[in-house]
Ligand binder design. Structure first.
Ligand SMILES: Cc1ncc(COP(=O)(O)O)c(C=O)c1O
Length: 425
């Protein structure tokens, strides 16, 4: 064989070998599961770490909560830190009840650090899809909120090129309005008023949005976010929070316990769990003192004599608890109300004790609504008996409540001095 022929034959052999090896490698890789997805599922199921789903497409109307994640798994923008929160075993409560009590760590949503991140993103995505918001045009999002939704909206408004104008009752913790100011939102703290009053924080937000759109002197339009009535709220939980919990528990849930501020969380989750698990799952409302929802669930009427307007110290909901409790019906509560099996009323004193307990025993430092949820989760677990799984929501951090709720709770000393009997007394 000539030198040229040998050279050509060797080159042919080498080329064939390389092609074969490349094909074999491709076949091997194609047969392997998506490592990123598998790792994510494993982490979120074990509640060990927070990560994000793999998707690099723009969220459409049917996919309101999809964060932006590049093919390499890098999150694009603050939106990518929303959803896929860990579900953790609350050890002390599980040990004392003999049940598995799990907390969905919604305070780890990365924009406004509460479940309202999901709702705010859902509202903005829906408005953009409907052509109601145009980035960097002066369009302004108006909302009436006790704080959490405002913080999530103000953060995401920054990320998407909008302005935010937030109305909140003047009796809410100042941490929240201070934070809103830092985020560049216009903040008005208004005197608590009944919902029939045009100065009620929700009515004022709606009116201001309308006035903005009608005013040719103002750039852009006003969008009323309308968290109490919009379907974008409960859908965020129906399409996000609930399926995540279902996947993280492999569908083994005996009870789901949550409070209602707008009703979005409990309705979205209740609807999803009942559709998936039927009567096997019990949905329980955790209601703070002063709220009318307990009676609505238990007896079909919203108001209790002691909670009627004019008999209460405050005009909204007479409790130190922020974020949950209602004295009126909302679309977001009504959507799921038929799926709510029971309600448990939690006093401010019980909420304070639970906040202290969770910090003292588990190092879990949460706000007032999470404390109400956990107290009701323990009562539910005790009613069900050992061996059951109860899931609840850890809404926000105690850091949002230092000046009000945690001021009442007081400092947790170095000693672990509270007994379970003290907690449940
Ligand atoms: C602090 C806090 N508590 C409770 C809730 C539950 O409220 P909703 O009924 O509006 O879903 C939220 C909602 O995100 C919240 O941020």
């Amino acid at each position: 064989m000539s030198y040229e022929s040998r050279h050509v034959a060797a080159a042919f052999l080498a080329g064939t070998t390389v092609t074969y090896l490349a094909f074999a490698a491709w076949q091997y890789l194609a047969s392997q599961p998506d490592q990123t997805q598998t790792a994510r599922r494993r982490r979120t199921k074990l509640g060990l770490a927070k990560s994000s789903p793999v998707s690099n497409k723009s969220p459409g109307h049917d996919d309101l909560n999809s964060p932006f994640i590049s093919q390499s798994g890098v999150g694009v923008g603050i939106e990518s830190t929303i959803s896929n929160t860990p579900l953790v075993l609350i050890k002390s409560l599980s040990e004392h009840t003999g049940c598995t009590i799990l907390g969905k760590c919604e305070f780890l949503n990365g924009a406004g650090n509460s479940p309202k991140d999901r709702v705010a993103l859902s509202i903005i995505n829906k408005a953009e899809a409907e052509g109601l918001l145009t980035p960097h045009s002066g369009d302004t999002i108006y909302e009436g909120t006790v704080g959490s939704t405002g913080i999530s909206l103000a953060t995401l408004a920054r990320a998407r090129g909008y302005k935010a104008h937030i109305l909140m009752p003047s009796d809410q913790a100042t941490e929240k309005s201070d934070l809103l100011v830092k985020l560049g939102a216009i903040v008005e703290r208004v005197t608590p008023a009944p919902i029939v009053d045009q100065m009620h924080f929700v009515n004022r937000a709606r009116n201001l949005a309308k006035d903005h759109t009608a005013n040719p002197q103002k750039p852009g339009r006003g969008l009323f976010a309308d968290q109490f009535e919009t379907d974008a709220n409960w859908r965020a939980h129906y399409e996000g929070t609930a399926p995540e919990i279902h996947e993280q528990t492999d569908g083994k849930i005996d009870a789901f316990v949550a409070g209602a501020g707008t009703g979005g969380t409990i309705s979205g989750c209740a609807k999803y769990f009942k559709e998936k698990l039927g009567a096997n799952v019990q949905v329980v409302l955790a209601d703070p003192q002063g709220s009318g929802l307990y009676n609505k669930v238990k007896h079909g009427v919203m108001f209790h004599g002691l909670e009627r307007e004019g008999t209460r110290r405050r005009q909204q909901v007479d409790t130190v608890v922020e974020g949950i409790g209602l004295t009126r019906s909302t679309r977001n509560f009504e959507i799921g109300s038929d799926h709510i099996d029971d309600a448990i009323k939690i006093t401010d004193g019980q909420a304070r004790k639970m906040a202290r307990w969770l910090c003292e025993k588990d190092g879990i430092f949460v706000g007032s609504s999470s404390s109400v949820n956990c107290y009701a989760a323990v009562k539910t677990a005790l009613q069900l008996g050992p061996g059951h799984t109860v899931v609840t929501i850890l809404c926000d951090s105690g850091m949002r409540h230092l000046s009000k709720f945690w001021k009442q709770v007081g400092d947790v000393d170095g000693e672990e001095d509270m007994t379970f009997e003290d907690l449940m007394k």
